[in-house]
Design a binder for this molecule. Structure first.
Ligand code: TXA
Ligand code: MG
Length: 447
């Protein structure tokens, strides 16, 4: 299958707008996302939307978190196409992406009383729902008001006679939903005329993609269309925070772009708990047993993570660790610095634009750029020369989150045998998501 990267040329601010409903609900401003006719005819957007409506092959599209691999969430054959492309069995539930609250409400109402959703772009029912018969559970309303559109996924009850394909929920009585902050994503959903089920658009086990090129590296030949915003890396860089407000107390199931500290500030969410485990409890300071290693977010290189504050590497990677690597005949070493490690080997680094070569010959390939990458040839370790790929993710945790997956992929592409990463101090903000992903990618965690 030929894979094409289609660049959207419509300027960001012309992609669409929210049309509020007449209701006095605080959520009325998110009732309906409207795509103007001029945007609907953007060649890239209209082709991608047509592909979603008429085929069972998923379309990759940018969101503010990571690239998603989207399919019409109401059609089983289309949803199955996601798993075929990713190369994994359909065991995990998928997040349902909506463009507005009208679309979400239509999924929450039993199908007999709901308006049909599949006739096309303008089929969203009018959002005149009074607040008291709003099918959105009350616990989520202040959360939606604060964080949507944005990197937050909420679990909702899947009604009897649900419009969602059963493959989306993997047999669970709930579904996860989010309204992406990316206007491009919302316009694509609106033009597709259906909510889009979308996991991250990486091949199974690889780091999540944050650029069109990453998607092409993994899925060229397996999908036909990759939408490119033309804006470089996805802004947030890690996936959405997943919360369950249907239990008491509510919990965070996956840390992500919205911090727990921010969620705790919302009415009804003061007592929010943490219902995920990172493996740090079990893996600290020693290599993990092979069976325990999560195969997730992983580059091909072996990843060695230094927990922040663990005292393992006060000035960067210690020489002993480098010697160990050299003794194993590994000669290309990646170093990812985040917030504290000094420049490796005392060199100055320059901002490096990446992506000169097209990925797998894919037409229309874009460019990414990472903050700062230096290649140090021939550093001496003992009597041996090693090549060091030194990557600086930029000094603050937002930049680290944004560049993390791109950095792992880039060092892989440049042939790193092993990657040493400086962990970030774990607060409750996006740092929790960064450390969660790093612990899953790491083969060795040094405390
Ligand atoms: O930022 C994101 O969330 C990205 C972009 C593309 O939107 N999507 C994403 O999807 O990360 P995925 O499929 O890779 O992750 C889905 C997560 C999983 O951790 C899954 O367990 C959880 O959401 N999830 C979805 N539906 C669920 C449900 N009904 N119950 C429990 N967990 C659910
Ligand atoms: Mg994923």
């Amino acid at each position: 299958m030929e894979t094409r990267i289609l660049k959207v040329t419509t300027p960001q601010e012309q992609l669409g707008y929210f049309s509020p409903s007449a209701s006095s609900s605080p959520l009325s401003s998110l009732a309906q996302w409207v795509v103007p006719p001029s945007t609907a005819s953007d060649p890239a957007l209209s082709q991608a939307a047509q592909h979603l409506r008429e085929t069972d092959i998923p379309v990759a599209f940018p969101t503010e978190t990571v690239y998603g691999l989207g399919a019409d969430a109401t059609r089983s054959a289309a949803v199955k196409g996601i798993y075929t492309a990713k190369g994994r069995p359909s065991d995990n539930p998928l997040i349902v992406h909506v463009c507005d609250l009208d679309m979400l409400r239509s999924l929450l109402r039993p199908s007999s009383s709901a308006s049909p959703q599949k006739e096309g772009p303008s089929a969203s029912p009018n959002g005149s729902t009074a607040e008291d018969d709003d099918p959105i559970p009350a616990i989520y309303r202040p959360l939606i008001q604060k964080f949507w559109p944005g990197p937050l996924t909420i679990l909702l009850p899947n009604p009897a006679g649900s419009k969602l394909a059963p493959e989306v929920t993997a047999g669970l009585p709930t579904f996860g939903a989010r309204m992406p902050a990316s206007a491009l994503a919302r316009s694509l959903i609106s033009l597709a005329g259906a909510p889009l089920a979308a996991p991250s658009a990486n091949a199974s086990t690889r780091p999540s993609p944050t650029s069109a090129r990453h998607v092409a590296d993994d899925l060229a030949g397996r999908i036909a269309v990759i939408l490119d915003s033309g804006e470089g890396l996805c802004g947030v860089g890690v996936e959405s925070t997943v919360v369950d407000g249907l239990c008491e107390p509510p919990v965070v199931l996956r840390p992500g772009g919205v911090g727990i500290d921010e969620i705790r500030g919302v009415t009804g969410w003061e007592g929010v708990g943490r219902a995920y485990r990172d493996g740090v409890e079990t893996g600290k300071s020693k290599p993990r047993a092979p069976g325990m290693k999560y195969k997730h977010y992983s580059p091909r290189a072996r990843v060695v993570l230094y927990e922040a504050g663990g005292g393992g590497a006060p000035g960067g990677v210690v020489d002993g660790d480098l010697r160990e690597v050299v003794a194993e005949e590994k000669r290309t070493v990646g170093v990812i610095r985040t917030v504290g490690w000094p420049v490796f080997g005392g060199i100055q680094c320059e901002k490096t634009a990446l992506g000169e070569e097209a990925a797998g010959g894919v037409e229309g390939d874009g460019e990414d750029s990472l903050p700062c990458l230096s290649v140090i040839e021939g550093r001496q370790v003992g009597n041996e020369g090693v090549k060091v790929l030194d990557l600086d993710l930029g000094g603050n945790v937002q930049l680290v989150a944004q560049g993390l997956f791109a950095g792992l992929r880039e060092l892989d592409r440049r042939g790193a045998d092993v990657i040493f990463i400086e962990g970030v101090p774990e607060g409750e903000g996006i740092a929790a998501a960064v450390m969660n992903r790093l612990r899953k990618a790491a083969s060795v965690i040094k405390g």
